[in-house]
Design a protein around this ligand. Structure first.
Ligand code: FES
Ligand code: FES
Length: 153
């Protein structure tokens, strides 16, 4: 089936299999491998991207379902060579170790801060409930998001 999507500001037209997940489409057709696949069963959040501004686990969506949508992946966050404030905050605050969960954590946080620019620690932890990290114990991830929220004011 043919789909037309905008990804990170670029228009794409591709033929895809009806059962191809959006995560697989992004990684294998567009070579945007910053979107990670950890579980492929909607549990870990590593594959989170935004569709029309809303954070979505891309392994749970078929590519054909996003025909006509505007998608942002982790590769689309930096502007003019400058990291997005969330990327910078994760770097500054040691919000990652192996980095596998990081693209999903950041894309979830983009939506979280858009909806709630001044989240409490509890609200951040609640917002990250669908994203797992095996390395950090979450403390520095939460701290990173708090610092990003401050710097985005
Ligand atoms: S790979 Fe999509 S939620 Fe884990
Ligand atoms: S930094 Fe390793 S899984 Fe989160």
């Amino acid at each position: 089936m043919q789909i037309n999507v905008k990804v990170n500001g670029v228009e794409y037209t591709n033929e895809v299999e009806p059962m191809m997940s959006l995560a697989t489409y992004l990684r294998e057709e567009l070579r945007l491998t910053g979107t990670h696949i950890g579980c492929d069963t909607s549990s870990c959040g590593a594959c989170t991207i935004t569709i029309d501004g809303k954070a979505v686990k891309s392994c749970t969506v078929f590519a054909v379902q996003v025909d006509g949508s505007d998608i942002t992946t982790i590769e689309g966050l930096a502007e003019n060579g400058e990291m997005h404030p969330l990327q910078a905050a994760f770097k500054e605050n040691h919000g990652l170790q192996c980095g596998f969960c990081t693209p999903g954590m950041i894309m979830t946080s983009v939506d979280l801060l858009k909806e709630n620019p001044n989240p409490t620690e509890d609200e951040i932890r609640h917002g990250l409930e669908g994203n797992f990290c095996r390395c950090t114990g979450y403390h520095n991830i939460v701290k990173s998001i708090q610092h990003a929220a401050e710097s985005m004011k």
